[in-house]
Design a protein around this ligand. Structure first.
Ligand SMILES: *[C@@H]1O[C@H](CO)[C@@H](O)[C@H](O)[C@H]1NC(C)=O
Ligand SMILES: *[C@@H]1O[C@H](CO)[C@@H](O)[C@H](O)[C@H]1NC(C)=O
Ligand SMILES: *[C@@H]1O[C@H](CO)[C@@H](O)[C@H](O)[C@H]1NC(C)=O
Length: 687
């Protein structure tokens, strides 16, 4: 997504959208509208929907990864900070190796008569030179007695660590001191009083850097906990690389289980990562560079994401993104920097090192375990190649002067080595042909609800041959959306029905952004809202559930006769339910208007199938009393899909569509006797 410049644009569209809505309701008819939906289920007019059509897009924005899906609890485990003027390193690392580092958000326990905390460049990790030095001035005896529990430092996590009773947490840190040490480590409630877990690091000789690993088991629960390191013994102690991970992440792969589950439930066919603008950077020096994000975490320098303004330690790196895709059973779509940021660009004549970096990244993902980069992947625990088939050259860079030149260098080099990899261009090919080779072209849409809804027809005229569309970012934004309204979800659902119907021209689509940590809203709205311990889906998240069975399903021909026709849109598919192995016919309809609509559904061409009338049908509805309703931590289920059983079904039946609603109706299909006869004869002839 574009970060700043797009705001005016969005506002204009919103104003325009609102005035359009007002006109509609002024001339709107009060009585119930009626409509007829004709569905022709005949195979001759059906078409297979791409297996990849609906997926997700993960960007490191809104603390989606750091302090989100990535379960690390220590914020700035290597130390980094952003000053008012420019960025300085903080954490034990932020700001880069040569800038005096700040320990933010670490804080000091004890006043300056008892303890002095500073940083220096004494770490044993070459790419993370900064360590924190804790000079304990007080003691357990003598004139300067330490306060109860001792003095030291604590880390508040990302707006509080969620510590839960009975769960265990793996603490890793590096320690050094000229004297023997007795450091008490503890997980405490936010005021430091309630102890949830504690241990002592007692060591006679830590004169050289010593790695300490402790499993902490929590005896209490607090979503706003912190990690404390304290001592009551006079002397100087250095700490470096402090990490605290819950042990029950998804498969032990480091993903926060509850948030991972929200993604898995969407059955995403693909996951595009790691951005977005995050990939570009405001400046190239702050762009995501995959080589800095692999190997052991202690050696990852981390970087400052200058578009969304926060530091990430890159614990969620290139390997982890590929692992995430695999764990979700989705295809990875790697977006890489093509030498173009928001403010600076690499000239095409100097782009070759960047191209080599990407070829290495592909070898890392797909190469043999004996290859240079494949062997590093194998060492990280994944000897099998990852199933990387899609890459995007840049994000929203089509208009940049160096884009085409750079693009062609990447394109040629990748196709040469990996001819099967599908390459995505940033240039929109939906209205005119691309002037360069590509397998797919990016299409982004952020607009008002009515504008997104009416863009369902945008791809009616898009080319059916040549590069396919990847709608890699879509969302209703602005006043229509707030922090995630029903209205936004309805606009998007209408758009996705259009995507489904035009899936000859579109191969993939994903909503943006996926996540927001409620403490760091850089962008509204988002699909999933969370804090350290809570989460909920916005209506746009639940809207996506209506489409998760469409990947690889069969699109039936359907037509809608309605008056007025511009506030309804519908599609029909047949899909196989992997849980019961049955085939279902699903109709989806958005009623974007403000009145109920009685819709006659007329099914023809069922052929060898018939409706299983005993089953009836299941109707799922997403609606609410007020179209601006949103979910919240207080009311997470205010706007969610509601299922009802339809008892009587026939191939010619009426359904009532509530005003402002998204509906799906699933009919169970049954093979008729004819078909059994066919199967039997086939079996016979094969004997
Ligand atoms: C509109 O439809 C609803 C639900 O079927 C019904 O209760 C109501 O009487 C209808 N109103 C009009 C004006 O037909
Ligand atoms: C359904 O589609 C098939 C194949 O295109 C066509 O032969 C048939 O006439 C259609 N049925 C109706 C009722 O339109
Ligand atoms: C370490 O310090 C704790 C107090 O924080 C104390 O209870 C414990 O006895 C000390 N252990 C040693 C070996 O000195």
């Amino acid at each position: 997504m574009e970060s700043r410049h797009s705001i005016h644009h969005v506002l204009l569209l919103v104003l325009f959208g609102l005035s359009a809505l007002c006109q509609c309701s002024a001339t709107g008819v009060e009585a119930n509208q009626t409509a007829v939906l004709l569905v022709n289920a005949s195979e001759a007019s059906a078409r297979r929907i791409p297996d990849t059509l609906f997926g997700i897009f993960f960007e490191e924005i809104n603390h989606a990864g750091a302090g989100g899906l990535w379960a690390e609890l220590v914020n700035n485990r290597v130390l980094f900070y952003l000053s008012a003027s420019f960025l300085e390193t903080s954490g034990f690392e932020g700001g880069g190796p040569n800038v005096p580092s700040n320990i933010d958000p670490w804080s000091i326990i004890g006043d300056e008569s008892k303890v002095i905390v500073s940083t220096d460049r004494s770490s044993c990790f070459d790419r993370n030179k900064i360590a924190v030095q804790v000079q304990v001035l007080c003691d357990h005896t003598g004139a300067n007695i330490c306060p109860d529990g001792g003095v030291g430092i604590y880390n508040p996590g990302f707006w509080g660590m969620n510590i839960e009773q009975g769960k265990s947490y793996k603490l890793v840190l590096y320690v050094r001191s000229e004297e023997s040490v007795n450091v008490s480590v503890a997980l405490t409630g936010s005021n430091g009083l309630q102890k949830l877990a504690a241990a002592n690091i007692v060591a006679a000789d830590v004169s050289s850097w010593t790695k300490v690993e402790i499993l902490l088991e929590a005896t209490g629960t607090d979503p706003n906990s912190r990690l404390e390191l304290r001592s009551s013994k006079k002397g100087v102690i250095w700490f470096d690389q402090v990490s605290l991970m819950p042990t029950d992440t998804y498969k032990g792969h480091g993903f926060r289980k509850d948030l991972f589950g929200m993604l898995k439930d969407l059955k995403p066919a693909f996951i595009r990562f790691p951005g977005g603008c995050f990939v570009e950077g405001d400046w190239l020096r702050n762009a995501f560079r995959w080589k800095e994000t692999i190997g052991q975490w202690e050696e990852r320098p981390g970087h400052f994401g200058d578009v969304w303004n926060y530091w990430t330690d890159d614990g969620l790196g290139h390997f982890e993104f590929l692992q995430l895709a695999e764990d979700l059973d989705s295809l990875p779509v790697w977006v890489f920097n093509n030498g173009v940021s928001h403010h600076d660009q690499v000239d095409t004549s100097s782009i070759l090192p960047f191209v080599q970096e990407i070829l290495d990244g592909l070898e890392f993902a797909r190469g043999d375990p004996t290859s240079t980069w494949g062997s590093i992947r194998a060492k990280m625990g994944h000897p099998e190649p990852f199933d990387l088939r899609y890459v995007a050259i840049g994000n929203e860079d089509c208009g940049k002067t160096q884009y085409r030149g750079n693009y062609l260098k990447f394109y040629t080099a990748i196709k040469d080595k990996y001819p099967d990899i599908k390459i995505i261009s940033n240039c929109d090919g939906s209205t005119r042909p691309l002037d360069h080779p590509a397998d797919l072209y990016d299409f982004h849409i952020y607009s008002s609800a009515s504008s997104v809804f009416s863009n369902a027809r945008h791809f009616d005229s898009a080319p059916r041959r040549g590069p396919k569309a990847f709608v890699s970012e879509y969302a209703v934004t602005g006043n229509d959306a707030g922090k995630g309204s029903l209205l936004a979800a309805l606009g998007e659902a209408g758009f996705l029905i259009g995507v489904e119907k035009n899936s000859e021209a579109i191969e993939m689509a994903s909503y943006a952004p996926l996540f927001v940590n409620d403490n760091d809203r850089r962008w509204n709205p988002d699909a999933i809202v969370f804090t350290s311990s809570q989460m909920y889906g916005t209506p746009s998240y639940w809207m996506q559930h209506f489409f998760k069975e469409s990947n690889g399903a069969t699109l039936l021909s359907s037509s809608l006769q309605a008056n007025p026709s511009n506030s309804l849109i519908a599609s029909a598919i047949t899909w196989r339910n992997s849980l019961d192995n049955n085939d279902y016919l699903r109709i989806k309809v958005v009623n974007f208007g403000t009145t109920a609509v009685i819709t006659k559904i007329s099914l023809t061409g069922l052929g060898q199938n018939s409706l299983e009338t005993l089953f009836g049908a299941v109707m799922t509805e997403l609606t609410s009393n007020n179209v601006m309703d949103e979910n919240s931590f207080r009311e997470p289920n205010k706007v969610i899909p509601v299922k009802t059983q339809v008892e009587k079904v026939s191939d010619n039946m009426d359904v009532v569509l509530a005003p402002r609603s998204l509906n799906s109706i699933d009919f169970l299909l049954r093979k008729s006797i004819n078909n059994n006869v066919d199967t039997a004869s086939v079996l016979k002839s094969s004997c």
